[in-house]
Structures are given as C-alpha cells and as structure tokens.
Design a protein around this ligand. Structure first.
Ligand SMILES: NC(=O)C1=CN([C@@H]2O[C@H](COP(=O)(O)OP(=O)(O)OC[C@H]3O[C@@H](n4cnc5c(N)ncnc54)[C@H](O)[C@@H]3O)[C@@H](O)[C@H]2O)C=CC1
Ligand SMILES: O=C([O-])CC(=O)C(=O)O
Length: 356
C-alpha cells in the first residue's frame, strides 16, 4: 500500500524478516495505532534482502486488525521503504553464535551497514529522519554509519540523527534488580520495575549500569550488586548460550526497540518539543567539534571519546543536551571500577569502526 496521507507517520524496519525484525514489526503493527491521536495514521514499511521471508511477514502482518498499514519491500526496492520515513529501525545483519564476541560480527555487518547508510542518504530526508541502529557491534557500527552518512551528506549534522540502541541493557538491569530485590525479601510496591541508567557502550565491560542512582538498590549487599553488574554486562551471552546456535536475543530486543519507538511518538506527532532517552551517540561533528556545550562537558569526563551512551534529550533536530552530570553523580566504585575499563575498551571499538 502506498504511503500517501500527509498526516502519516512512517516507520521503516530494515531487516524486518529476521528474529528481531519480525517480533518488532508485530509490536509496531499491533501497538502503534494506540499511541497516536485519532487523526494520525501510522504506516509500517518492511524491508529485507530475504525476499520470500519479507513477503510472507508483510502478508501475515497485514491481516492484523489495527489501523496501522503495512507495505513490504525487497531486493532493489529499498528506496520505497526508506522514502518519507520518519524513523528507520535497523536490525539487519548477522547475530552471534556461542563462542563469538559481538566484535566478531564487525566485518560482515559493517559492509551491510555501509550499504544501508548509502541508501538512507539517497532516499531519506536527512533533516527529518531518525535512524535507530540495533545491529551489532553497536560500539563500532554507529561510527561506521555516521561516517557513511557524513560522506554522502557533507555539511549536514547527520551525526545528531543516528542513535545506537542500548535500551536492552537498561531493560535487563531493571529486571535483574527487581528479581534480586524480591529474593532479598522485599515486596514490590507496584508493578512498575525500577529504572536503572546504563551508560557507556553495548558490549561486556563497556556496559556500565549505575545501580547507585536507583533508590533502594543500595539496600542490597555489595556482592549482590557486583553480581548484578556482571549479569547485565554479559546478559547477551546468557541468551546466546541458551539458544545454542540459534542466534541471540530477539524477543527482549524487540521489546526494547519498541519501547524506544514508543518514546519517540510524542516528538513525531509534535505534541512535545523534546523527549528523553539513553542512546549511544556521536558527541562530535564531522570536523571533530563537540556537538554542543553539554557534549563538550561530557567529553572532558570520558577522555574525549567521540561516541558514548548517555541519557540525553532529543528534539526534531536530533541529539540535543546530553546529561554530562551523570559522571559526577555516579559512585566512586562505578567511576573507578566500571567507567575506567569501559573507556579503554570503547576507545578501541570506536577506532576500529572509524578505520573501516
Ligand atoms: N543492540 C542490541 O542490543 C542488540 C542487537 N542485536 C543484533 O541485531 C542484529 C540482528 O539480529 P537478529 O534479528 O537476531 O538476526 P537475524 O539473522 O534473525 O535477522 C537479520 C535479518 O537481516 C536481514 N539482512 C541481512 N542483510 C540485510 C541488508 N543488507 N538489508 C536488509 N536486511 C538484511 C536478514 O535477511 C535477516 O532477515 C544482529 O547483528 C544482532 O547481533 C541483537 C540483540 C540485541
Ligand atoms: O549478545 C548479543 O550478541 C546480542 C545482544 O547485543 C544482546 O543480547 O545484548
């Protein structure tokens, strides 16, 4: 179905026939309409290189009785999927198998992301679109994608429109903290789980959960908190091991990405001027200048690393103020034992991405 109505919000999923892509598309098809004012319409565009699979997913989803329209694209048809998109979600690429690190995916997934970057630059309005990257390794692929977009659109602040999705780390931190609190004997006061800020990157030691900033978490023993940190850092490995060769997290990742899209909707409909969230983003522009004063402050705390996951504000112009003060608010343990190793590893991941 063509995307035509002016009041449409168009969400494109690239890699829609995959494990994450299918579950995420299902959530978007079933839930998006309920997030929109009645005069707005949502359109879901699905693209995948696996033609049969994306045709099947599109036909299947199109029978679901919600007001969200669906169209499918394959092969050379990526332009139709990307044109007029407000949000492009990218879960395209290869997932891990047991024994692999996320970094082992870099060579193959960087090729895919570079080619998608060129297509996004060609077909999307780079002054409007938000690009949400899920494919691994996030730490290196966000720099790859930003660099590719910059090469195709010199002079445009494209770095402010690319968001590496690290939300699954916060989802896990919240779940594991809730379980530990219940195990320690406390009765949760509501069904809403605690929110745990997680900063840094999305791989092993680069994942820095900040339990010290969660009211109540300090009631847990130091050993329990250390175990929680480790479980969040290696939560992805837990799923890869359990799936035993059949891939990595898909359902929990689809949930995390859906929550991110949900958070963008008020910005897309214009009902709020900005939204907040934690994303792995560029802190510098193509000339190596901080994107704003808050990024400059953050850079001074993180050895000048040009990419970092941090709570931030998003406006229609993309990444806005970042929460540089979070580095001052974290505990000494988190700064010395978690942030310091994160910065070292992240530096390597970013350099590798930028060298491709
Ligand atoms: N950011 C995060 O927290 C997480 C990231 N991931 C990553 O997400 C990626 C996807 O994972 P899964 O969905 O499990 O993999 P999958 O193999 O089930 O699906 C990937 C899909 O991408 C498609 N694809 C490959 N090249 C493409 C291209 N050039 N254009 C469009 N589609 C293309 C494939 O045909 C396939 O349908 C992996 O790299 C994985 O590591 C997974 C979990 C969490
Ligand atoms: O571990 C993986 O390869 C997939 C992923 O990023 C996660 O589950 O956090």
């Amino acid at each position: 179905m063509p995307h035509s109505v002016n009041e449409d919000i168009k969400i494109t999923v690239v890699g829609a026939a995959g494990g994450i892509g299918q579950s995420l598309s299902l959530l978007l098809k079933t839930q998006l309409a309920s997030l929109l004012p009645s005069h707005r319409h949502a359109h879901l565009a699905l693209y995948d290189v696996n033609a049969d699979a994306v045709r099947g997913v599109t036909a299947d989803l199109s029978h679901i009785d919600t007001g969200v329209s669906v169209s499918g694209y394959e092969g050379d048809g990526i332009g139709g999927a990307l044109e007029h998109a407000d949000v492009v979600l990218i879960p395209a690429g290869v997932p891990r198998k047991p024994g692999m690190t996320r970094e082992d995916l870099l060579a193959i997934n960087a090729k895919i992301i570079k080619s998608l970057g060129a297509s996004i630059a060609k077909y999307c309005d780079l002054s409007k679109v938000f690009v949400l990257l899920i494919s691994n390794p996030i730490n290196s692929l966000v720099p790859v994608l930003v660099k590719e977009l910059e090469a195709h659109a010199p002079g445009l602040p494209v770095e402010r429109r690319v968001f590496g999705i690290t939300r699954l780390d916060a989802v896990r931190a919240s779940t594991f903290l809730h379980e530990a609190t219940v195990r320690a004997g406390s009765t949760p006061k509501s069904n809403t789980l605690p929110y745990v800020p997680v900063i840094g990157g999305h791989s092993g030691e680069t994942i820095v959960p900040l339990f010290s900033l969660v009211p109540g978490a300090s009631d847990l023993s130091k050993d329990t908190l250390k175990e929680l940190v480790h479980r969040v850092q290696y939560g992805g490995d837990e799923v890869v091991k359990a799936k035993n060769g059949a891939g990595s997290a898909t359902l929990s990742m689809a949930h995390a990405a859906y929550k991110v899209v949900e958070s963008f909707i008020p910005l897309l409909t214009g009902s709020v001027p900005s939204i907040e969230g934690t994303f792995y983003v560029a802190l510098q522009d193509s000339k190596g200048q901080p994107i704003n004063a808050s990024a400059q402050k953050l850079l001074s705390h993180i050895n000048g690393l040009p990419y970092f996951a941090v709570p931030l504000r998003v406006t229609s112009a993309g990444v806005d103020e970042v929460d540089a003060g979070i580095i001052e608010r974290m505990s000494l343990f988190e700064r010395e034992r978690l942030l310091a190793p994160c910065l070292g590893k992240l530096q390597g991941n970013i350099s590798t991405g930028l060298s491709l």
